[in-house]
Write a protein that binds this ligand. Structure first.
Ligand SMILES: NC(=O)c1ccc[n+]([C@@H]2O[C@H](COP(=O)([O-])OP(=O)(O)OC[C@H]3O[C@@H](n4cnc5c(N)ncnc54)[C@H](O)[C@@H]3O)[C@@H](O)[C@H]2O)c1
Ligand SMILES: [Zn+2]
Length: 404
């Protein structure tokens, strides 16, 4: 009969084979690696010129003591990626894009023990990254009053270097020491791909809450039903906010807004002039204007319009302008002063928002909100140019690469 130590060893081996990890043994030399062989080369989808992404084979880099090698499972295409693909505004070409990615740890340096939230990290765990930090005490995990992570580096928008594995549009990525990384093994693949855009909305809702105006029974208008506005609606629903009017001009998107929890929708294409449109929003709330509004389009006209949907003393969160979209004309007296509107802006997120996002995605699933349907098109890495074309054609919502 096996003695206790033998049994322990057998259990360890069975557990290790179940999660595909190497048998953890204190004497094992670092770095720790998965049982499955790691190929000598990796493949990255490199933007080599405007509107041209080429798959390049590169040597698999060494994994340092603080590094993590991740086998990529998939990555969402973001509006920022599309800007870079069309115009290279950040002058990054040649660049491996992709910052909404996720994958499985296949190898890690001996110093890697915990993720950025203090959770254990092991071979086989599914992870996402957020930002790469230089020591900056103003960016912390749990202090909401500290600054957002704008300005820090992010995988998928890094200049090319010798490592090459710098973005998630690849089959492997090297997460270097000093990066934020989260163990999200308890979320499915589509949820993990949606984490980054969802964090944008968790942050926006936290900003909105700071006004003190957003409450359970608030009438909330969400203007713009692209991925950003749609996720906003789903988050409001998980918070127990039920009176949500979605405004857009695309009927398919408005229909999806209802599936994600909007109580009513208004198509701006059905109304001539802002008075008629504001009247339709008021009617959709049963004769009230909105207590709070989220502006989720990049249109200056939409920014100017939204004040007309808000009641005196109401609030506004403007998050639609990730990049400069031009000037908007408003009347400060009628739109802000005399109505005493409280306005907050929102841009990217903090690390705390990432942690909240994981909980939101689980709550949304429990409530039966079809968050997964936000990913309307998937492509293998080899067809990444098609993925970008579909993104630019705006025929879907979230486009993603899913590796074979
Ligand atoms: N604050 C942040 O950190 C942050 C992060 C990511 C994206 N964004 C911004 O959020 C905006 C929305 O992102 P998205 O991916 O959902 O974009 P999207 O283009 O897919 O969606 C925008 C939606 O707005 C609708 N729209 C346009 N003009 C309108 C109007 N006048 N009234 C009502 N609806 C109108 C469009 O029909 C479309 O459905 C973008 O401008 C993006 O730059 C901000
Ligand atoms: Zn993004």
């Amino acid at each position: 009969m096996a003695n206790n130590m033998q049994i322990e060893e057998i259990v360890r081996q069975v557990l290790a084979s179940m999660n595909g990890s190497a048998v953890a043994n204190a004497a094992t030399a670092a770095p720790k690696a998965a049982n499955g062989a790691i190929p000598a080369t990796a493949h990255v989808a490199m933007l080599t010129e405007l509107e041209k992404i080429e798959i390049k084979e590169v040597p698999m880099p060494a994994v340092g003591d603080d590094d993590i090698l991740v086998k990529v499972e998939g990555c969402g295409v973001c509006g920022t990626d599309a800007h870079e693909y069309k115009r290279d505004p950040f002058s990054l070409i040649p660049v491996v894009l992709g910052h909404e990615g996720t994958g499985e740890i296949v190898k890690m340096g001996k110093n890697v023990k915990k993720d950025s939230a203090g959770k254990d990290l092991n071979i086989g765990d599914k992870v996402v990254t957020s930002m790469i930090f230089k020591d900056n005490p103003d960016i912390t995990m749990f202090d909401l009053n500290k600054q957002n992570v704008g300005g820090a580096d992010v995988y998928g928008l890094l200049p090319d270097d010798d490592v090459k594995l710098n973005g998630w549009f690849a089959d492997y990525i090297l997460i270097r020491g000093g990066s934020t990384v989260f163990n999200v093994s308890d979320l499915d693949l589509y949820s993990r791909i949606l984490i980054e855009p969802c964090a944008v909305l968790i942050h926006a809702v936290e900003r909105a809450k700071s006004t003190g105006i957003l409450r359970f029974n608030s009438n909330v208008v969400v203007q713009g039903c692209g991925p950003i506005g749609l996720i906003c609606i789903a988050i409001l629903r998980t918070m127990g906010i039920n009176n949500i009017v979605a405004v857009d001009g695309e009927q398919k998107r408005l229909d999806f807004a209802k599936e994600l929890g909007a109580s009513a929708t208004v198509s701006f294409k059905d109304y001539k002039g802002i008075e008629a449109l504001a009247g339709a929003v008021e009617a959709a709330f049963g004769g009230h204007l909105a207590d709070f509004a989220f502006q989720c389009t990049g249109s200056p006209i939409a920014h100017a319009n939204i004040y007309k949907f808000i009641r005196n003393g109401g609030g506004l969160c403007e998050l639609g302008f990730f990049i400069n979209g031009g000037d908007a004309t408003i009347n400060p007296h009628f739109d802000i002063c005399s109505k005493e509107i409280t306005i907050v802006g929102s841009w990217v997120y903090t690390l705390r928002d990432y942690a909240t996002t994981f909980d939101f995605l689980k709550s949304a699933k429990k409530l039966g909100l079809p968050i997964d349907k936000l990913i309307t098109h998937t492509y293998p890495l080899e067809e990444i140019n098609e993925a970008f074309k579909t993104n630019l054609a705006m025929t879907g919502l979230k486009i993603a690469t899913i590796n074979k």
